[in-house]
Design a protein around this ligand. Structure first.
Ligand SMILES: NC(=O)c1ccc[n+]([C@@H]2O[C@H](COP(=O)([O-])OP(=O)(O)OC[C@H]3O[C@@H](n4cnc5c(N)ncnc54)[C@H](O)[C@@H]3O)[C@@H](O)[C@H]2O)c1
Length: 309
């Protein structure tokens, strides 16, 4: 079986590739190593599989490709990520990497028989709706990033509806674990604790997030791909709704170090709370999160000790 993973050099994409290679899939990865964070970090992400005999890297921007590999499954992880950077002139990049590139892939695969097209959507599509966030709520993104993730999710749905492209969208809730992106809060907090620097918290720190361990996200992708589901949207949430203040306390416990916190103004586009209603994915795919927040944070701290201390 052959699969395509876009964004294969990123945080989640690289974990997915490792898992697919373990399951003996032939994996083709596309990544253009955008400069949102350093290439050296992405090179490290792919270090364990770049020379694997069943892995091929296409080091290209999706928008520059006119053809895509003939595969059984597509996992579309590539995107311009980051809520706070998505305002102003940067929006062009979000439109290109999130909407146009998804449309380009779907246009291509509408003419080719594939078994599943799994799209990496985001809890950011919800905006500040009431929690728990359920897939049938009316979504109202409050960041430009969220708008582009929702547009691409809608695109996946309409290519299924009109052309039968077998898409499934998974709405990930704040993913963490080894290789977490350097712009994400847990990564920044651990680094600051190691270096005895101030931890910058936007707002009062009582905002909450449903943190999801990366291996659980990978498992949801595999289950979605192998299932008969099509045209569906599913939440993927770890069930660990923790405030940032409590998250920092957990990190202090794990690292055995005290932190210094600096509270600054809330950032535009950040939602107050997230919590996934995971009833649907439990019922339809039998998925449930396996890694609790303490264990997941411990694993991320161990990885960061080896790479950033
Ligand atoms: N990390 C999270 O908490 C989270 C939460 C919700 C959704 N998601 C979604 O999961 C996916 C993966 O996120 P991540 O955290 O691993 O991000 P990441 O930035 O680490 O990985 C994305 C990768 O896509 C590549 N890329 C971007 N545009 C491209 C293009 N046009 N052509 C080829 N490659 C391109 C980048 O170089 C990068 O390596 C994204 O779609 C993101 O929106 C992530």
């Amino acid at each position: 079986m052959k699969v395509l993973v876009t964004g294969c050099a990123g945080f989640i994409g690289s974990h997915l590739v490792e898992r697919l290679l373990k399951e003996e899939f032939k994996v083709i990865g596309i990544d253009c190593f955008t400069d949102y964070y350093p290439r050296e970090i992405k090179n490290k992400n792919i270090e364990s599989f770049i020379n694997h005999p069943n892995f091929t890297l296409i080091d290209k921007d999706i928008m520059e490709l006119n053809e895509f590999p003939k595969v059984d499954f597509v996992f579309h992880e590539a995107a311009q990520v980051g809520v706070r950077a998505s305002w102003g002139k940067n929006f062009d990049t979000y439109v290109k990497n999130n909407i146009l590139s998804t449309q380009k892939l779907l246009e291509y695969y509408k003419g080719v028989k594939i078994r599943k097209f799994v799209y990496a959507s985001s809890s950011s599509v919800y905006g500040d709706v009431s929690i728990p966030m359920s897939e049938n709520l009316q979504v109202k993104p409050i960041s430009p990033y969220g708008v582009t993730k929702l547009a691409a999710e809608n695109m996946c749905y309409l290519y299924w509806k009109n052309y039968g492209v077998p898409t499934v969208s998974l709405r990930y809730f704040t993913v963490y674990g080894p290789r977490q992106r350097p712009d994400m809060a847990i990564h920044k907090f651990i680094k600051a604790i190691f270096n005895n620097e101030e931890l910058i918290v936007y707002g009062d720190g009582n905002q909450t997030r449903d943190f999801t361990y990366v291996d659980d996200v990978v498992e949801a992708n595999i289950l979605a791909a192998k299932s008969d589901l099509v045209g569906e949207i599913l939440n993927v949430g770890g069930g660990s709704r923790v405030s940032l203040n409590n998250l920092i306390r957990l990190l202090e416990e794990i690292t055995c170090k005290k932190s210094k916190i600096k509270y600054v103004e809330t950032q535009k586009g950040d939602v107050r709370d997230t919590l996934a209603d995971t009833t649907k994915i439990k019922e339809l795919l039998g998925w449930k999160p396996e890694i609790n927040i303490k264990e997941g944070l411990r694993r991320q701290v161990e990885w960061m000790k080896l790479n950033f201390q």
